[in-house]
Design a binder for this molecule. Structure first.
Ligand code: SF4
Length: 371
């Protein structure tokens, strides 16, 4: 079997330089063959330290590995030391125009800063100072270009927000740091249209060896945002492009994390934890499948062993269709046939299906080692 972190056959990860976000036991490597990490961004007022830390704790519990907080005001910048110290995962400060907040974020112990040097150069040329201070603190910087932050000169040159304009803008922004010897950089070139975004990342991947942070911006609410992100990420990740991902959804950020993890798992780029598969239902359905699946999902929430559990809606075809599941149920006519690796091992009344599945999953997990 392949190593847990190895990409699946057919995917060769793009070679990039490596950066590290966070220090000590909070360090998350990005690029250079490191596993693809999942990020999200808080939606609380950053200045509200308690609410922000609460949301970061929820994100951490959901599997988020890096969190970004927006820093649009002085109050937000003042909250950074407490947030960075108490968060269990690295905190990235997202700053648009104010160099002074960048310096504050570095002093606050933030793990990285997202800033576009072009914005700062335009208003107050402090790029050299930022490069020097970030290098001294071993803090990487994400350059994040999107339609809104695209350099006006390039917008005119390319006659709009094209993939070429996004990629060239990002490389120009990177060059502003490179001029000062700073290359501890990762780049994103987000766009709301998956195909524009994909092409922009492809161009960037050809032109530089910086690690890339993937995102479809303003992807929208689920399911649209999930679909757009999954489609775009799959096209890139299949080519080995992408070192860290953020799914942007108009939904609670925990959903972004779950979606991001799910995308990596479905592409074989991360070992699945527990996977629940359920049949789509058809004219043979003999049970309230949606309800049963929801109950099974709730019962297995937090079960951290790599098992595939199938919930099938009829006793005729269920075990056969779910042969690749470790364990499952074929439900119908008030009963559930519990099967393990395709073999029916017992039949229980419908009310006992969920508890029996959990019991059998614990047995399997015990036999396989830890759970
Ligand atoms: Fe239909 Fe049964 Fe297959 Fe579900 S398991 S899709 S109910 S045949």
């Amino acid at each position: 079997p392949r190593a847990p972190d190895a990409p699946p056959p057919g995917i060769e990860r793009r070679r990039t330089r490596r950066i590290t976000v966070g220090h000590g036991d909070k360090a998350v490597p990005i690029g250079g063959g490191a596993p693809i990490s999942v990020q999200s961004m808080t939606t609380t007022l950053t200045a509200d330290v308690d609410a922000t830390l609460q949301q970061i704790a929820e994100l951490t519990a959901a599997g988020c590995q890096i969190v970004r907080v927006a820093v649009p005001s002085q109050d937000d910048a003042d909250a950074l030391p407490a947030i960075a110290a108490k968060s269990a995962i690295p905190v990235i400060a997202d700053i648009h125009f104010q160099p002074k907040y960048v310096f504050q974020a570095i002093d606050a112990g933030c793990a990285a800063v997202r800033v576009n040097p072009g914005n700062i150069k335009r208003f107050d040329d402090r790029v050299a100072d930022i490069a020097e201070r970030a290098a001294a603190a071993h803090i990487p910087i994400r350059i994040g270009v999107n339609a809104g932050s695209l350099d006006k000169r390039l917008l005119a040159k390319h006659q709009g927000v094209t993939p070429e304009a996004l990629a060239e803008s990002a490389l120009w922004e990177a060059s502003l740091f490179e001029e000062h010897g700073f290359t501890d950089i990762k780049i994103s070139v987000k766009h709301h249209d998956p195909l524009t975004m994909v092409r922009a990342y492809e161009l960037l991947a050809e032109a530089c060896d910086y690690p890339l942070h993937l995102g479809v911006t303003e992807a929208g609410p689920p399911p649209q945002g999930v679909v757009k992100s999954a489609a775009a990420f799959a096209l890139l990740l299949r080519q080995g492009i992408g070192d860290t991902i953020r799914v942007s959804l108009s939904a609670p950020p925990v959903e972004e994390v779950k979606t991001g993890i799910g995308i990596l798992e479905s592409l074989g780029l991360r070992q699945p934890r527990l996977e629940i598969v359920s049949c789509p239902g058809c004219g043979r359905l003999q049970v309230d499948l949606y309800k049963l699946t929801a109950q099974v999902e709730a019962a297995f929430d937090g079960f951290d062993h790599p098992l595939r559990v199938a919930v099938m809606g009829c006793v005729v075809n269920g075990p056969g269709e779910a042969r690749e599941a470790d364990l499952g149920v074929s439900a119908g006519n008030g009963k559930g046939q519990i099967f393990v690796r395709g073999e029916i091992i017992r039949t229980v009344p419908e009310a006992q299906i969920v508890e029996t599945l959990v019991e059998e999953a614990l047995h399997l997990a015990d036999n396989q080692g830890s759970h």
